[in-house]
Design a protein around this ligand. Structure first.
Ligand code: NAP
Length: 313
């Protein structure tokens, strides 16, 4: 079968760091064009907008790597033009806008893939299999990183719809919703908003499931020094820990070997499969939990955040 001809929109950090190298090493898909307001990419056709790209080059699919606030309009236009669509995480700025895209993709018989890159980390599927027939008693998620290191100058992330600390936190939620055997729901939360920003810098959440398990998640963007992306799950058969963002799995202190692979290579292999099978994959659960946190969480105003520690930006 001829490779899927892909156009990518939004040539920012994630497109350069992960999408371009992963597409290049995936069979069955080929990057033929990019749409960017500011950048141009060597060796492919370049356009300024999605509209120009759709009119100017033959494409089968579009990957959207922009901030979430502008994703729905782009996805709708690409599907309406008959293209399969791959969405970076989070899949949108609201939960409801996804229903519109799911319905349009089904009507047009196109693939819509809402990616959750952390679900492709090496330890996630082994953890899901290990937990599948066990009773979970308690879960502790700690996702703490330095926003200045990971998101320098990204104004959109602090704006409404940018999610703030839930931009990384939703990665943890995408793993927990995948590996736990039962659905769970928020019972209590508190969100800390810098006095000069529209999105939280930290969140403390408590969830439970049908068995009454206590599931806690702490997200914090003020961590300097070593970074923490850990999930601990206590069961009647011992403790499973996923660390380093899901890439390492340990059971009762003993490492469980996982095959190392890049998360984004897994994403593109899955996209090729989905297109081949004529299916979509859209799980809104992680975004729904974030929406619930904004619904139920108490709000605390904390000191202003500036990109430069001296307050210059
Ligand atoms: P970024 O560096 O700010 O890049 C986003 C790009 O989107 C911009 O460079 C810009 O590209 C384009 N864009 C279109 N409309 C825009 C608007 N209104 N405001 C700002 N940019 C706009 O962000 P990123 O880190 O790549 O993140 C993009 C998405 O990937 C986010 O949803 C994020 O959660 C996700 N993601 C990021 C990472 C990471 O480590 N950074 C990891 C996984 C997932 P043009 O100038 O080409 O138009």
């Amino acid at each position: 079968m001829a490779p899927i001809r892909l156009g990518l929109v939004g040539v920012g950090k994630i497109a350069r760091d992960q999408h371009f190298p992963s597409i290049a090493k995936t069979d069955g898909i080929e990057l033929v064009a990019a749409a960017s307001r500011s950048a141009s990419v060597d060796g492919i056709e370049n356009f300024t907008t999605l509209t120009e790209m759709l009119a100017g080059v033959e494409l089968d699919a579009v990957a959207l790597c922009t901030p979430p606030q502008v994703r729905h309009a782009l996805a709708h236009a690409a599907l309406a033009a008959g293209k399969h669509v791959l969405l970076e995480k989070p899949p949108g700025a609201t939960v409801s806008e996804l229903a519109d895209l799911v319905s349009l993709a089904a009507q047009k018989r196109l693939t819509l893939f809402a990616t959750w890159h952390s679900r492709f980390a090496a330890g996630v599927e082994p953890a899901r299999r290990w937990l599948a027939d066990r009773t979970v008693r308690a879960v502790r998620v700690e996702w703490k990183e330095d926003v200045r290191h990971w998101h320098p100058g990204q104004a959109w992330i602090w704006e409404p719809g940018g999610l703030g600390v839930f931009d990384p936190g939703i990665n943890a939620l995408s793993i927990v919703t995948r590996i736990l055997p039962l659905p769970f729901f928020l019972t209590e939360g508190s969100l800390e908003f810098p006095e000069n920003q529209q999105a939280p810098i930290a969140a403390d959440l408590a969830f439970t499931d049908a068995n009454g398990a206590r599931i806690e998640a702490v997200f914090d963007w003020r961590q300097t020094g070593p970074q923490t992306w850990d999930i601990h799950v206590d069961t009647e058969d011992g403790r499973l820990t996923l660390s380093k963002g899901g890439s390492e799995m340990v059971v009762d202190g003993k490492p469980v070997m996982s095959e190392a692979d890049s998360e984004y290579a897994g994403i593109y292999r899955r996209f090729v499969e989905l297109v081949g099978e004529g299916r979509s994959d859209v799980d809104v659960a992680p975004l729904q939990h974030v929406a619930d946190a904004f619904l139920l969480g108490a709000r605390r105003i904390v000191e202003a955040f500036h990109d430069e520690p001296n307050g210059a930006a």
